[in-house]
Design a protein around this ligand. Structure first.
Ligand SMILES: [Zn+2]
Length: 322
């Protein structure tokens, strides 16, 4: 059952305070479950897309039902009943049990210039004009650590961003220099590269380790011009509880976990953790990182996705050969 089909079957009025029909009986107008303002919240009774005129929260039926703790209204054919309790528990946890998940946006670093060409990206990463449009890459002459580096904007939102990450702008990183530079003061455990692409119609996400892995998967599976399936990078081979909670808050139901071949142990751990909340399928790349795979190799990885149970039994942890 797709998200759209499921949305039409839910009687959303059961989950919301009393209200009024509006827009020729196409919408339900009631109090906002986010800001509490009365009469400023509108839900389309067919699509279940919602919008608050005051706090501007918007989204789809899974996000709304998660917020009001009524995932029991979702049909069993869409959501696994066994996961509902775990989902509502982690989302309902108070701030003293789990850090605040509110995003803290910041200004782009001083001197930020968005770029649309770069020797390293063009030659080694085959960046196209379209890629520069989709993935914001910048430079700054004023941030010392960004000398000879390019920077990827993380979760850009208008004139602000969630964070940025610097990458040495050449295939070979000189000795003594870091290939990636994470600026201080950002909590990468709360961020997900690509999360701005998650929309009301997003049913599933693919989780990969790094920025270039996401870009490779987007291109290979043709994900750039749609939002039903969104690829996100977790900045390493772990998923934090904060990241899980953000995915649940957004109404995500299904997760495909594809980490690098050398992270089998971490994949097993992460897949089991994700499996408590989401329908999960998992695999690792064979012998190469996702961004080094050919499109055919990457598609083969997705063709062989497995349940966490099967993966846990069958995937071999590579021996470290000294
Ligand atoms: Zn509101």
């Amino acid at each position: 059952m797709t998200l759209r089909e499921m949305a039409t079957q839910v009687d959303i009025r059961e989950a919301l305070p009393d209200g009024n029909l509006s827009s020729m009986n196409r919408e339900w107008n009631t109090d906002c479950p986010w800001c509490g303002k009365s009469g400023h919240f509108y839900v389309n009774l067919q699509s279940k897309l919602f919008f608050c005129q005051r706090c501007k929260e918007k989204g789809g039926v899974m996000r709304l039902l998660t917020r009001v703790g009524r995932l029991d209204l979702v049909p069993d054919t869409y959501i696994d009943r066994n996961r509902v309790q775990a989902r509502l528990e982690i989302v309902g946890q108070k701030e003293d049990q789990l850090a605040d998940v509110t995003m803290h946006y910041v200004h782009r670093p001083v001197g930020w210039k968005r770029i649309n060409k770069n020797k390293y990206l063009d030659e080694y990463r085959r960046f196209t004009a379209k890629d520069y449009e989709v993935y914001e890459v910048g430079e700054s002459d004023f941030v010392p650590q960004l000398q000879n580096r390019i920077a990827f904007a993380i979760e850009p939102d208008g004139d602000r961003i969630g964070a940025y990450i610097g990458r040495w702008a050449a295939k070979v990183t000189p000795p003594g220099k870091l290939r990636y530079w994470n600026p201080y003061g950002f909590d990468f455990g709360r961020l997900l590269y690509g999360f701005e692409g998650v929309q009301a119609d997003t049913e599933a996400v693919i989780l990969v380790e790094g920025v270039f892995d996401k870009i490779a998967v987007d291109r290979c599976l043709g994900l750039q011009d749609q939002s039903r399936l969104v690829c996100l990078a977790t900045f390493g081979n772990r998923v934090t509880r904060l990241q899980i909670r953000r995915l649940l808050d957004a109404g995500i139901n299904r997760v495909y976990l594809v980490y690098d071949h050398d992270a089998v142990r971490e994949i097993k751990h992460t897949a089991c953790e994700l499996n408590r909340y989401f329908t999960v399928e998992v695999n690792h790349t064979s012998g190469k990182d996702p961004d080094e795979c050919t499109p055919a190799e990457l598609i083969a990885v997705f063709d062989r996705l497995q349940s966490p149970e099967t993966y846990y039994r069958n995937a071999l942890i590579p021996l470290k050969i000294k």
